[in-house]
Ligand binder design. Structure first.
Ligand code: DGY
Length: 326
């Protein structure tokens, strides 16, 4: 590696302290000192002031063509501290000659763990149980109290069988003996499939998904895919979980299905228009919510930071990197 310290990196949000230490040790870094996102003008102002070569941005930053156009010529790399990259206009970055990096692989296990938490929290009615305890309303064990559903032996349908989808499939199969089905743009190799049943049509996957896990990126094809029609194809009393992006879901339709019992419960970590959650979710007892926590373990956040830092420095040294999107 070359003289990384000479590399000027701007982080739009302070990362956990040990991750910041990595960056500060290896490069000349400036970071947003506040625990809030910067708006477009702030990102641009700081990028110019720091004469940044690389920007480390967050999934909540909107890196659109207008922002990319306003960046100083010093910027060569945009590195997102996420695996999702729907917030970045890759085409605009390409035409500006900018490299774009993300954090695949290193967060798959953490997000998959959270996916299982969402399924369990929803199917075992964890929100209602906690509420009962916090309200002091628990009167003791009862044979009829908060009856949920077994994950064990159930059928799990996964939409999006990328690295995260496959990590969820492994946990579901090996940990819970679930029968895994999936829908994906293309069929996986038999080895990657590992016994999961492929459904070329989403509708066919929905029809067998007693438990449905959304793990696909946002694309024009997947945006709003879980709408009233799709929900109507699920088995009655299905459990829905989303670890990907809220944009995959038609909130009104899912809320209506949860309120009417067509969908038994939902476990959601991601929301359309975050952090402004549709208020309908908050009013329902059968929704187990997390505030976009998929990758939030210290081990994972360290790996994400190390990967981006290493790739930024390698690109600077003229090397190729595997986590380059553009
Ligand atoms: C990402 O990194 O894109 C995910 O949202 C993690 O939860």
């Amino acid at each position: 590696m070359t003289d990384g310290k000479a590399c000027r990196i701007l982080l739009t949000r302070a990362l956990p302290a040990p991750v910041m230490d990595l960056f500060h040790r290896a490069a000349t870094c400036a970071a947003n000192p506040e625990d809030r996102g910067w708006d477009r003008d702030e990102i641009l102002r700081h990028a110019h002031a720091h004469a940044a070569e690389a920007l480390v941005v967050m999934a909540m930053d909107r890196i659109d063509a207008g922002l990319i156009e306003g960046l100083p010529a010093s910027v060569r790399v945009i590195a997102t501290y996420s695996v999702g990259h729907d917030h970045i206009d890759l085409e605009a970055a390409r035409s500006r000659g900018l490299a774009v990096l993300s954090t695949p692989d290193v967060l798959s296990d953490a997000v998959a763990d959270l996916g299982i938490l969402l399924l369990l929290g929803a199917a075992r009615r964890a929100r209602e149980g906690m509420q009962m305890l916090y309200d002091g309303a628990w009167t003791g064990w009862s044979p009829t109290q908060l009856i949920g559903r077994d994950l064990s032996g159930g059928r799990l349908g996964i939409v999006g069988m990328g690295r995260i989808g496959r990590a969820i499939a492994r946990r579901a199969r090996n940990g819970f003996g679930m029968a895994v089905h999936y829908h994906n743009r293309s069929r996986l190799s038999p080895e990657a499939e590992d016994g999961a049943a492929f459904h070329p049509r989403l509708d066919d996957l929905l029809a067998v998904s007693d438990f449905l896990m959304l793990a696909a990126p946002v694309t024009p094809e997947t945006r709003g895919m879980l709408d009233a029609r799709a929900i109507g194809l699920l088995p009655a009393g299905a459990v829905v979980a989303n670890v990907s992006r809220g944009d995959l879901v038609d909130d009104e339709a899912l809320i209506a299905a949860l309120a009417g019992g067509r969908v038994m419960a939902a476990g959601l970590d991601v929301f359309r228009g975050e952090p402004d959650i549709h208020p309908g979710y908050l009013a329902l007892p059968n929704v187990f919510l997390q505030p976009h926590q998929g990758s939030s373990t210290i081990e994972t956040r360290l790996r994400m930071g190390a990967l981006l830092l290493d790739s930024i420095l390698r690109l600077r040294a003229g090397e190729a990197v595997a986590n380059r999107l553009a």
